[in-house]
Design a protein around this ligand. Structure first.
Ligand code: HAM
Length: 419
């Protein structure tokens, strides 16, 4: 038997129903915020991601050569593609550009619950400006998406990479070492960071300062522990705009560094605490990438939601509602009514109802058993007598109650009841 590749999944209809519902709710929010959908290729020239994603993402990339000997990569994320699209085709379009996307991404990671080699993101990018309102707008969109998906327990943490980055850069001139330091701060691996400082004889004072800042997490007032600067004023302003948007309980977290290397300003993450190790359901922030792809530098702010993790968190939060794929299952009582019932099925479907019919030529009782296992709300039974009177027997599958209804009226009757 051929198995699916490690770290990938198959999704059945019940799971897809839930995923699409959550996804649609999030898409609706994106539209309400004025974001339009874009789709970019699933594979790109590998260079696109190598330029600024950072060593971790590059290491995990699925890279291959095509028959024309081009080095391509399955996208590990979608931000770089959206900015490439912007530089290629949209650099003169009126700004800001507000885009959202839904798609699969690929990273060669160690698979576990919530961590896959193929996973799905819904993300958004606002291209064209950098100011606290822009950043707050993107954070508000993210939070509203998560809420619309139905999640109640989540924590929004907001920081600014400029604080740690500028401190480190003021004393460390090698960009690769700066990146390594920031990555260890992101992982809160302070022991390894200390060892690295010792090995490279970097100033201990810097270590103490950056680890202290990375541990500033909680109320916005904790910013008072830092010297006032342009960055602290900027972060305060983001929180004040978020308040106007009705988002009062966001936390300050100056330890957020993010796994991708392209961020330059505000950074934010959302966790679903009930997920344990893989609790980060969203990551984002402001960055510039366009200049690396041949365009002028343009500020953008964006995020990506890990749809798989949102679905896992939703499952932990509430008892799943029964999947109701069918409004009605139509059953001919005898073989010679099979064609007649197909006409009824076609009419009900054209009225917008979700209707299925016995295609296995089962007996009446077996068909009813199937209708029940398919979780149909109603069974519509057509016998000889019903056919003669142009009627049907409508059976409520839950209560077992039955009534005879005119065939022409059964559609509106069901519609009135299923809403
Ligand atoms: P990221 O933090 O790498 O950011 O990914 C965003 C989200 O995708 C994560 O928070 C997580 O929920 C989900 N995710 C990442 N890797 C996996 C995996 N292996 N399995 C399951 N879920 C995963 C980005 O991708 C940036 N492009 C976000 C962004 C957009 N920044 C600015 N604009």
């Amino acid at each position: 038997m051929i198995q699916r590749p490690r770290g990938t999944r198959d999704f059945g209809p019940a799971e897809m129903h839930k995923r699409r519902k959550a996804e649609q709710a999030m898409r609706d929010v994106c539209h309400r915020f004025g974001f339009g959908e874009v789709v970019t290729p699933t594979f790109e020239h590998s260079e696109l991601f190598k330029l600024r994603s950072g060593p971790q993402v590059v290491e995990e990339m699925y890279v291959f050569r095509d028959k024309g000997d081009r080095e391509l990569a399955l996208r590990p994320e979608i931000t770089a593609s959206v900015i490439r699209y912007f530089v290629n085709d949209l650099s003169t379009a009126p700004r800001p550009l507000k885009f959202y996307y839904v798609g699969n991404c690929f990273r060669y990671e160690n698979p576990q619950s919530g961590r896959y080699r193929e996973f799905f993101q819904l993300g958004a990018e606002l291209i064209g400006n950098k100011n606290p309102e822009t950043d707050a707008e993107v954070i508000a969109l993210a939070v509203n998406c998560i809420r619309a998906a139905g999640l109640e327990n989540f924590v929004v943490r907001i920081g600014h990479i400029g604080i740690l980055k500028s401190l480190v850069q003021s004393e460390v001139k090698d960009d690769a070492v700066v990146s390594d330091i920031l990555r260890m701060l992101d992982k809160e691996d302070f022991d390894a960071l200390g060892d690295m400082f010792d090995a490279k004889t970097l100033p201990r004072k810097l270590f103490d300062r950056i680890t202290a800042i990375a541990e500033i997490k909680g109320e916005i007032d904790l910013l008072n522990n830092l010297e006032q600067s342009e960055v602290t004023d900027y972060v305060r302003e983001i929180f004040s705009v978020l308040k106007i948007f009705g988002l009062e309980d966001c936390q300050l977290d100056l330890g957020i560094v993010r796994g991708l290397d392209y961020y330059t300003g505000m950074v934010f993450e959302i966790d679903a605490p009930n997920l344990g190790a893989e609790k980060q359901i969203l990551g984002g922030g402001s960055y510039t990438l366009s200049e690396l792809f041949g365009g002028e530098p343009v500020f953008s702010t964006g995020f990506a939601i890990g749809i798989d993790r949102v679905m896992l968190a939703l499952e932990k939060e509430r008892t799943p509602e029964p999947h109701q794929p069918l409004d009605a299952f139509v059953v001919p009582a005898k073989d010679d009514m099979r064609k007649y019932v197909l006409g009824i099925v076609a009419r009900l479907r054209s009225q917008g109802l979700r209707v299925d019919v016995d295609l296995m030529r089962r007996t009446l009782s077996k068909s009813l058993k199937y209708a029940s296992s398919a979780n149909a709300k109603y069974a519509i039974i057509v016998g000889k007598e019903e056919m003669a009177k142009r009627s049907v027997t409508l059976r409520d599958m839950k209560s077992g109650e039955q009534e005879v209804v005119l065939a022409d009226e059964v559609g509106s009757k069901i519609k009135g009841r299923v809403g």
